[in-house]
Design a protein around this ligand. Sequence first.
Ligand SMILES: Cc1cc2nc3c(=O)[nH]c(=O)nc-3n(C[C@H](O)[C@H](O)[C@H](O)COP(=O)(O)OP(=O)(O)OC[C@H]3O[C@@H](n4cnc5c(N)ncnc54)[C@H](O)[C@@H]3O)c2cc1C
Length: 426
Amino acid sequence: MCNPIDLAGIGIGPFNLSLAAISEKNQNLKTHFFDQKPDFLWHSEISFKDSDMQTSFLKDLVTGIDPTSPYSFLNYLVKNGLFHSFMNTGRTVVTRKEFELYCQWVTRQMPQKLSFNSKIESLKYDGDLFTIETDKEKYKSKHICIGTGVSPRIPEFSRKYLSKNFFHAKSKEISSLNLEGKRLAIIGGGQTGVEIFRNALKGKWGKATNITLVSSRPNLEPLDESPFTNEYFTPNYVENFYDIKQEVKEKIVNYQRLSSDGNTPTYLQDLYNDLYFMQNIEKSEINFKILPYRRFKEVIDTNDYYTLQLMNSFDGNSELIKADIVILCTGFENKIPTLIEPIQELIDFDPYKRFKINKDFSIMWDGHDKNKIFAQNFSRYGHGISEPQTSLMAWRSAVITNSVSNEDIYELNNFVPNFLTYETQR
Ligand SMILES: Cc1cc2nc3c(=O)[nH]c(=O)nc-3n(C[C@H](O)[C@H](O)[C@H](O)COP(=O)(O)OP(=O)(O)OC[C@H]3O[C@@H](n4cnc5c(N)ncnc54)[C@H](O)[C@@H]3O)c2cc1C
């Protein structure tokens, strides 16, 4: 075993990769990050040719806090000879595939501090240091940062039907999907749902006979990207939000949902145009339908196909649809990773079994004064709606870097005020 390090990162998604890049500014800090996957892969099962980021390429791993970092998206463009060509595309957002390529390029710039194919299998705490163990390595670290990401959310009642014909979009089954001559039901009208709907209509997985998109929302709701709404994704807003009462936070975050979980407006426009062409010009034989206001209630029959029961809250009726293939686009959830079980008793959870998170993104637990456990992407109801997004990841990485370094490596108090003032004026 090597000498103890200062910070071990569990998971190498964009958030911990950002931390690996940002924390490098403190050259005295020894860090190491681990991921179970063989390489940096970003939700690749559901990354299609037409899947774009919902955030500007300037909101990359580092730029928001350190545009001089060698790990910026712009540096990726320049170092790979892409800058001029990229500028000619006129894009402000990039495809999710290119964001993944950019992150993979970043991982290749710092191989000494990243271990892939390294699933953390056990975490121990001896009152002084953490020991984290993979099947190959053992590290001791003073602090850790959990960046294990989100897991597919699957309605409990439907779990027993999971199979190669009934699956969550983010699963391996999608790679062998064959829709030729089949009826497809997509459950969920968020961005993943509409992307699968559009790709299925275009015949990506063979020509389906019926394609039905079911959504509990009243419409295919657009992402709210207007400037005042975007103030939710600023450090000033997070600072203000953090200090308000918990019950108010829950209501506010639920109200703000569409600033984070809505559909990309240009994507909806493209989809609408495709549907217009298919129905009115091409006179496509595919029988497609979009069913808003429908809550998926039950699978009531499974012979050679599935009969799904939906509750229509627009007119209050129940209805049945038949499908050979069902793809759940029912979103994602934060699960506390099981690997923390050995220290669970020492952690202060909220009544919903979520981490309670300090302002510096460390969790509240008994060993906190000596050893910090940071958690990224676990504080939607603590720090706010920006938590699961990339918008503030560079800033959050800087907050964590300052905290773990015990000094201000980054200047974090120089942001101009927002235009919306939430605090009471005295
Ligand atoms: C399809 C999709 C598209 C999105 N698009 C955008 C967007 O355009 N803009 C935006 O701002 N946000 C977007 N988001 C939201 C957010 O940016 C992503 O979810 C992002 O991936 C979160 O990063 P993360 O680092 O928390 O987790 P993840 O990217 O999920 O990475 C977590 C990593 O931890 C690893 N891991 C887990 N457990 C262990 C273990 N025990 N040992 C080792 N490794 C482990 C996993 O293998 C994984 O690689 C999107 C989310 C999804 C699902």
